[in-house]
Design a binder for this molecule. Sequence first.
Ligand code: CUA
Length: 161
Amino acid sequence: MRADRYESMFLWLAGAMLLLFAIAIAISANALHIQLPAAAELVAPADVDNTAGFNEPGIHEISANRYEVYMTASADKDGFRFTPDEIEVPVDSQVTFFIASKDVIHGFKVFDTTLSVMVIPGRIAQVSYTFDKAGDYEFYCDEYCGTLHHEMTGVIHVTED
Ligand code: CUA
């Protein structure tokens, strides 16, 4: 049985598109190194305050121009906030953020950067960025987390050397 000419064209077209998509995925994964985030480390919300790093939230210099920030996100009676909510690094610093929620789902989004990650209770969100321009980068919670969600903001000061 012969397929109709147009039906056969559509079948070939659909097949060609699938092949094209497969090639696009292969190129983005292998040549452009676009990958899903690595499996997250786990931490129970109730244990965040007693977990190494998060027991002293803040910024730590790892080596020249490399920093790690341990940050908690919380929404409780004492306020909705990131801790710390103010960070200062010199320009051209590579900063890795480890963020843990002490309660509900929060988000961490930094203006004018590619930094954006969900902070899911039980998992440590990890994102890195190199700040190659000086200035103040405001960040905020972009997942609705409660009545004072809009108060969850902070700023990263990137200073000239
Ligand atoms: Cu935290 Cu919205």
